[in-house]
Design a protein around this ligand. Structure first.
Ligand code: FUB
Length: 325
């Protein structure tokens, strides 16, 4: 499957998180819609209000099943708006959906909703996770533990925190200072709370120095972690420079050493992805705005095969805004 394929032509879906449960492939996207909120630098136009789940057992040729709305904003007591990128983890017969939303004071928090089946419906907990902040969750299951990665700058509010505390005068670093780091925290046994204070996920260059904020390949949002040949691949969006990049580490906490670009820019401001193996092939799920003629808040889900080089590095895929694509 070397040519990218749109997955859900009948609706706008973005920010894919994909997992294999019971041999089937499940997609947990954000659900874009035309809400009329004007475009701004804080992403207020991404005014999403519910989540659908999709599944298939043939990602290359099959039709996806849409399981309908599995969680809606109105069912989350503490949430006001902006249901952004979610992820789902499975433990002991239960499925846990983690999602960010702005609370009544417009601060992003994470909620958890629980289901008996991977396709939901997901029943939300009454309160947000203690000590949670910012956006864009990815949960990695590894050796019986679950690791919760998160964070996103600008509209994702990560710059409002240092050492997990809110700061008085939020700002991103200067270009010659280390970039803000995504965060990771192990989940508690009941999957409902962090089991530890979130730690920085360090992304280092080949000399062991942290990437600087002015580096076009530094972290912005959209964490994803997968394992390949015993190594941990941490991938992310660079936001305002529009790449999906990755770094490799030896354990879930990192540090991760920067490797390169997975996906060059797509049509639309945001780029967001996940990487999953299914039936012996690796896939990059992502989104772009070609079907909506570039409306950046109306994104469409895509999939394309992802290939590794012999040394474990990933072959760069050209996005739809890459003039050589
Ligand atoms: O969908 C809203 C936001 O746009 C996501 O949280 C970001 O990753 C970006 O894709």
């Amino acid at each position: 499957m070397k040519t990218p394929k749109y997955l859900i032509p009948e609706d706008y879906m973005a920010d894919p998180s994909v997992h294999i449960f019971n041999g089937k492939l499940y997609i947990y996207p954000s659900h874009d819609w035309e809400s009329g909120v004007p475009e701004d630098d804080l992403g207020n136009h991404f005014n999403m209000k519910d989540y659908h789940v999709f599944s298939t057992d043939d990602i290359e040729n099959g039709k996806l099943t849409d399981h309908g709305v599995v969680l809606a904003l109105e069912d989350v007591p503490w949430a006001k708006c902006h249901l952004w990128d979610c992820d789902v983890a499975h433990k002991d017969g239960k499925y846990y959906m983690y999602f960010p939303a702005k609370d009544k004071t417009h601060i992003f928090r994470f909620g958890v909703a629980v289901a008996d089946k991977p396709e939901g419906p997901f029943i939300p907990q009454p309160d947000p996770m203690w000590g949670s902040y910012s956006i864009d969750v990815c949960v990695l299951e590894d050796k019986g533990e679950y690791y919760f990665y998160f964070g996103g700058i600008w509209g994702g509010q990560l710059q409002r925190y240092r050492n997990n505390d809110a700061v008085e005068n939020p700002a991103v670093p200067a270009d010659n200072e280390p970039a803000l780091c995504p965060k990771v925290a192990r989940l508690r046994g009941d999957m409902l709370q962090f089991d530890e204070a979130p730690k920085d996920v360090k992304i280092l260059d080949k000399d062991g120095n942290e990437l600087l904020h002015g580096d076009p390949h530094r972290f912005f949002e959209a964490s994803w972690v997968h394992k390949y040949n015993g190594k941990y691949y941490y991938s992310y969006s660079t936001g305002d420079t529009h790449y999906i990049c990755y770094a490799i580490g030896d354990n879930p906490y990192g540090p991760f050493t920067y490797q390169g670009v997975i996906l060059t820019p797509v049509v639309g401001w945001t780029t967001h992805h996940c990487i999953v193996e299914y039936k012996g092939k690796w896939y990059l799920f992502h989104h772009d705005c070609v079907p909506s003629n570039g409306k950046t808040w109306l994104r469409s889900l895509k999939v394309v095969e992802l290939e590794y080089n012999e040394d474990g590095t990933i072959k760069t895929i050209k996005g739809t805004a890459d003039e050589n694509a």
